[in-house]
Design a protein around this ligand. Structure first.
Ligand code: FES
Length: 66
C-alpha cells in the first residue's frame, strides 16, 4: 500500500528503511523521499515510522533463550 503517492513510497519501503537503520522520521524521509512533495502523507508516515520503531524495540528487548 502506498503511503506517499507523490514519491511512490509504500509501507514496505518505510519498514525496510527502519530495518536498514533509519531511527527517526527524518531518517526515513531522507532514505525514501516520503513527505517531501505535497506533505499530505506526513501524519500517516510518522505514525508508521513510530509503530515500526516500537516493534523493533520490542523484538530487541525480548530475552534470549539460553
Ligand atoms: S503524498 Fe507524500 S508528499 Fe505528497
Amino acid at each position: 500500500m502506498f503511503v506517499c503517492i507523490c514519491q511512490a513510497v509504500s509501507d514496505q519501503d518505510i519498514r525496510r528503511a527502519v530495518a536498514g537503520g533509519a531511527r527517526s522520521f527524518e531518517d526515513v524521509q531522507t532514505h525514501t523521499g516520503c513527505t517531501t512533495c505535497c506533505g499530505c502523507c506526513e501524519a500517516e508516515a510518522r505514525e508508521l515510522v513510530q509503530t515500526t520503531l516500537e516493534s523493533e524495540r520490542r523484538v530487541v528487548a525480548l530475552p534470549v533463550a539460553a
